[in-house]
Design a protein around this ligand. Structure first.
Ligand code: PGA
Length: 252
């Protein structure tokens, strides 16, 4: 089954509204002719409105970096799916390793957030991945299995087909250390096999991004792998030139 490549920029806590707008204005002409990949940028909440407006009418879509599971209520500092939907975002990153590491996010809350996103009509980009210690301890598959099992509990095969997964080995994020294409493919293949066990044929439709120091120099060989369907990009998405080059190399 042909899966459309999806490349998403995770800006993390970078770019004010005006900086984000400028980045998107610079990016638009550079990727205007890209039809083979879905392009998404995920700014901080405060920059979303400006970025949605700047991206209007282009092939650049917008996502959030997090989402709360409740519809509304006493959750100081949080943002609901409905609030995000109204801003014009179409995607929501869920369960990024930095959220898990610094903000106590668990597979159970990831699961709740996924359900909230789906209920609002947002496409979840669900992050999973092992730490260096877990990889060196031979626990990679065990960790991924429990993240998939817990994070995707009660999700139907129909819902799963529309969810994007991002496999991000934690040791490769922001470190310049990328998994080799072969190493990444082996893990992506494992993830798809688990999805098949859990969701049957719907697993073939699920796009699995690789994330962790993806850059213009390595996006082509990573995305060329059979089970790697795009990327979730941190550092290299913060400059229009490098992000555009990374995208173009990935689909060349
Ligand atoms: P990086 O970040 O590309 O800077 O390694 C990826 C991510 O955390 O999504």
């Amino acid at each position: 089954m042909a899966r459309k490549v999806i490349i998403a920029g995770n800006w993390k806590m970078n770019k004010t509204a005006s900086e984000g707008k400028a980045l998107v204005e610079d990016l638009k002409p550079l990727v205007a002719d890209v039809a083979a990949a879905e392009i998404v940028v995920c700014p901080p909440f405060t920059s979303i409105a400006a970025v949605v407006e700047a991206a209007g009418g282009s092939n650049i879509k917008v996502g959030s970096q997090n989402i709360h599971w409740a519809e509304s209520g006493a959750f100081t500092g949080e943002i609901s799916a409905e609030m995000l939907k109204e801003t014009g975002v179409e995607y929501a990153i869920i369960g990024h390793s930095e959220r898990r590491q610094y903000f106590g996010e668990t597979d159970a809350t990831v699961n709740q957030r996924i359900k909230a996103a789906l209920a609002a009509g947002l496409i979840p980009i669900v992050c999973i991945g092992e730490t260096l210690e877990e990889r060196e301890g031979g626990k990679t598959e065990k960790v991924l299995f429990s993240q998939l099992e817990g994070g995707l509990a009660d999700i139907t095969p129909e819902q799963m087909a529309g969810i994007v997964l991002a496999y991000e080995p934690v040791w490769a994020i922001g470190t310049g250390k990328t998994a080799t294409p072969e190493m990444a493919e082996e893990t992506h293949n494992y993830i798809r096999c688990q999805l098949k066990d859990m969701f049957g044929e719907a697993a073939e439709a699920v796009r699995i991004q690789y994330g962790g120091s993806m850059k213009p120099e390595n996006s082509a060989e990573l995305v060329a792998q059979r089970n790697i369907d795009g990327g979730l990009i941190g550092g290299a998405s913060l400059k229009a030139g490098s992000f555009a080059e990374l995208i173009k190399n990935a689909i060349a």
